[in-house]
Design a protein around this ligand. Structure first.
Ligand SMILES: [Zn+2]
Length: 461
């Protein structure tokens, strides 16, 4: 052993570790798999084993590292795989070392790129998984979501940036949306049939802007629209898997990223992605992210399975403050709400947040549901133009992810991935584009009819 390492080890041994609850059976466990899910939000390392594992951990400074002692484990090639699974661009982990510390304890040292606030917890077997030992590495200081949104916007395509510069004098998304998308008919005689423009309305707003319009009344125009897009599942939670292996988490992320691009061609729209990579975000965290940036809308994107492969068509769901509108809606909500179990949530840490959220929910959700139904029917109407609908009406059930009390929220099941034909369509980039057009049109139509209230939010976000 090199001198530096042995000194480091001595320092490690002198520190009192935080102890995780011991498992009931301390036999020798076998590793089933090791996985690493790097993301800007946090990096997760999962060790899946056939028996519950217990771990102690502590942090060491200069250089920063996290030391985890896993009990009841012998060093194996499966565990060594962890070393190769850390990518060079991982935001938190610089490298991994593993060694047999004592005959029954494996020591894992994560060399860190920055200070972290680790959460280490175990999960009991669920779905396809056996026992899981999870290390979540969060940044010591949480990133400012508004700053992240601005930075993301700075990375927007050049065309969108040019459009923004051209339209900056207009300074109001609503005026743009209403004038260019809705094309209001002259009063009092309405036109016979209003056709939806062939081009997606939001994209249309990226065309060179008209000359600056007269300055609007103070207070009503310094307004950006912030839309939270929520691709479902991710990371440990693959969501539904189609007959040929297409994973829901991948499809909905692709659709979500395309939709962000489409929406952001409008200079007055900012999009917050609850996830923009393959990592798991707990349901409450999705809601919290949207609330932190005071999103005007929340759109959760899914492509689930149903218990019969024949089921097909898109559906749109909103929250219910009572019973679900159908047994199928209730079934779907239960299924989606189970995502946290599969994805893996540190229950201990989540309890406090849950109480805060529950208190918020005691506030009336009636207004939120009313607005969500309006948004839902606009989106459903547009999706009905590009594909089949599972139900022609917006359905309601107790989806945990739709519970922001102050943000109109919908969950869109774009198609059933369990249906072989729909799985094929979901895989097709052209069909994804059509879906994105429909979602963008529905959102724009909603805003055209329901302008958001002026809020104190800067256009320089
Ligand atoms: Zn889903």
């Amino acid at each position: 052993m090199k001198r530096r390492e042995s000194l480091g080890l001595l320092a490690l041994l002198l520190k009192a570790p935080d102890t995780l609850a011991a498992p009931t059976s301390p036999g020798q466990a076998s590793i089933v798999a090791v996985r690493v899910w790097p993301a800007a939000d946090y990096t997760r390392v999962t060790i899946e084993s056939d028996q519950a594992l217990a771990a102690k951990h502590f942090l060491v400074e200069s250089p920063h590292r996290l030391v985890i002692d896993v009990e009841g484990l012998e060093l194996s090639p499966d565990l060594r795989e962890l070393i190769g699974k850390v990518k060079a661009d991982d935001p938190y982990i610089a490298g991994v070392r593993v060694g047999q510390n004592t005959p029954t304890v494996v020591r894992i040292v994560l060399d860190l790129k920055q200070r972290v606030a680790p959460q280490i917890f175990t999960l009991t077997p669920v779905a396809a998984y056996k026992h899981r030992l999870v290390f979540d590495l969060y940044p010591k200081v949480e990133a400012d979501p508004l700053l992240a949104l601005a930075r993301e916007h700075d990375k927007a395509p050049a065309a969108a940036r040019r459009a923004e510069a051209a339209a900056s004098a207009v300074n109001d998304a609503l005026e743009e949306l209403i004038q260019k998308i809705e094309r209001p008919a002259p009063l009092p005689s309405p036109p016979p049939v209003v056709q939806t423009p062939a081009t997606p309305p939001v994209a249309a707003a990226s065309k060179p802007a008209p000359p600056p319009e007269p300055k609007p009344p103070a207070g009503s125009m310094d307004r950006l629209i912030v839309i939270a897009l929520d691709p479902g599942h991710g990371g440990e939670d693959p969501g539904a898997v189609g007959p040929s292996g297409l994973r829901e988490k991948d499809v909905v992320l692709a659709v979500g990223m395309k939709l962000r691009e489409r929406l952001q061609t409008n200079p007055n729209i900012r999009v917050l992605m609850t996830r923009d990579a393959d990592f798991f975000v707990p349901l409450q965290e999705r809601v919290r992210k949207a609330r932190r940036v005071q999103a005007d809308l929340f759109v959760s994107i899914h492509a689930d399975a149903f218990f019969t492969p024949q089921a097909k068509g898109a559906s749109v769901f909103v929250l219910s403050d009572g019973a679900a509108t159908s047994a199928a809606a209730r079934w779907m909500a239960n299924r989606e709400n189970a995502a946290d179990m599969v994805g893996g949530v540190n229950v201990g840490a989540a309890t406090k947040d849950a109480n805060v959220l529950r208190a918020l929910l005691d506030m009336s959700t009636t207004a939120q549901i009313k607005d969500s139904l309006k948004l839902g029917s606009e989106v459903l109407g547009q999706i009905g133009r590009v594909g089949k609908l599972h139900k022609a009406k917006v359905e309601q059930a107790g989806f945990a992810v739709l519970k922001a009390p102050d943000i109109p929220s919908i969950l869109v099941e774009t198609a059933f991935i369990s249906n072989p034909e729909e799985e094929k369509k979901l895989r097709d980039p052209d069909y994804q584009d059509q879906l994105v057009d429909a979602l963008a049109s529905g959102i724009a139509k909603y805003f055209g009819k329901n302008p958001p209230m002026a809020r104190k939010r800067s256009t320089t976000l």
